[in-house]
Design a protein around this ligand. Sequence first.
Ligand SMILES: [Zn+2]
Length: 155
Amino acid sequence: MPRSNSAELITLRVSIVKELRNKWRRERERNPYVNEHFGGFVNELLHDILEKDEFLRHYAPFLSEEGCTRDTLYIKDFKENKTAEVRISENKLHCSLCNSFACFHIQFAMATPRVAKLNLERKPIDVEIEADGQQVKNITRNKRRKNSISRKISS
Ligand SMILES: [Zn+2]
């Protein structure tokens, strides 16, 4: 099958495609300027995520997401040289470092995709994604191990 050089085929999980398609339909109903092609819509969505990451790097260069558990998002503040713990309290995000519901760390947390993982009832799809993610991690780790072993052997 001939393909354009500017395109690459990737495999998406069926459940993700279904959710994306539903999102695309909903957004097209609300906004006529949303891309009329599903593929174009998905590309724009991913591009927006990359742009948001870039924006965050400029907006808050001294903050970085250090990780998260099911109820806490850890944000390293290099200005303060401390880590802010952001949790949901009274149905609002709360920052332990500033003891505030409205500080810069909260703004930053709100812009990260992981904020959506805090204290939410986990849907079956999340569990599935996590299992797949874990599998990919293991495969990558094994490949890295093999590569480093073969590098050691060849050197
Ligand atoms: Zn804070």
